[in-house]
Design a protein around this ligand. Structure first.
Ligand code: 5GP
Ligand code: ZN
Length: 113
């Protein structure tokens, strides 16, 4: 997706503050953090949203969920954290490339952060 900001970040075309990267995913600090720790886990392949997860592409989603606890531990979130996915307009998704928000570093309220 040539006009997708997260595809460009994943390809290194737009700089980002990376906390984790491998051949399939990146994790970056959110530009506008809503908690002391706010990291986005992003697959390098373009999947628009949770509605587009299939049997064929769900491996990368599972992979993200194996790395979330690793990064959470590295960032000191021993006391817990929240993982959020916004899907579509009503879900509040603003970047149409699937990503998972890792939020923590304080006792979170019932909203997103
Ligand atoms: P959404 O609302 O789609 O669930 O979340 C999109 C998130 O991406 C927002 O929290 C927003 O702050 C973040 N974001 C948007 N553009 C950029 C960017 O260029 N770099 C980084 N690091 N975060 C971004
Ligand atoms: Zn994309």
């Amino acid at each position: 997706m040539s006009d997708c900001i997260f595809c460009k970040i994943a390809a290194g075309e737009i700089p980002s503050n990376k906390v984790y990267e491998d051949d399939r995913i990146i994790a970056i600090h959110d530009l506008n953090p809503m908690a002391p720790v706010h990291v986005l886990f992003i697959p390098k392949t373009h999947i628009c949203c949770a509605n587009a997860i299939t049997e064929e592409n769900s491996d990368i989603i599972a992979h993200i969920f194996t790395k979330i606890p690793v990064v959470a531990k590295e960032l000191g979130l021993e006391n817990g954290y929240r993982v959020v996915n916004n899907c579509g307009e009503d879900g509040g998704q603003t970047v149409m490339h699937i990503h998972f928000h890792l939020l923590g570093g304080k006792k979170l309220s019932l909203g997103m952060a």
